[in-house]
Design a protein around this ligand. Structure first.
Ligand code: FES
Length: 122
């Protein structure tokens, strides 16, 4: 499990293993600009400021160029975080459209944090 911090708002989103960045945002109740959701259009690009990710399927060079791969550009519909990520949205389109999902996500994040800081049982 990983956490995604979304700039410029600073929203903190808890993401399940194997979920893409986009899926994590949507499961946490957020809506943002998307297109094909299959790695073909490039509309879902965000900038990764910290952390690393792996694409769950091959992404064509026509969608993410070599320069973009090197500068932290991330195709959010295909990227699965390897660790905690800080991302920058390219527009102001991220909106919390389902506050209940946002609350459930925040509680899951708190539980995971508590579990990771709890002393180990012997
Ligand atoms: S939504 Fe089309 S590439 Fe991600």
């Amino acid at each position: 499990m990983a956490t995604i911090i979304v700039q410029p708002s600073g929203a903190e989103i808890f993401i399940s293993p194997d979920d893409t960045v986009l899926a994590g945002l949507q499961k946490a109740g957020y809506a943002c600009t998307v297109g094909c959701r299959r790695g073909g259009c490039g509309i879902c690009k965000v900038d990764v400021l910290e952390g690393s990710f792996t694409y769950n399927r091959r992404v064509a060079d026509s969608v993410i160029t070599a320069t973009e791969r090197a500068d932290g550009t991330c195709l959010s519909c295909r990227a699965v975080p390897d660790e905690d990520l800080t991302i920058q949205m390219r527009d102001a389109s991220l909106r919390l459209v389902n506050p209940l999902l946002g609350q459930l996500n925040a509680k899951a994040r708190e539980r995971a944090r508590a579990a990771s800081t709890a002393p180990e049982e012997q």
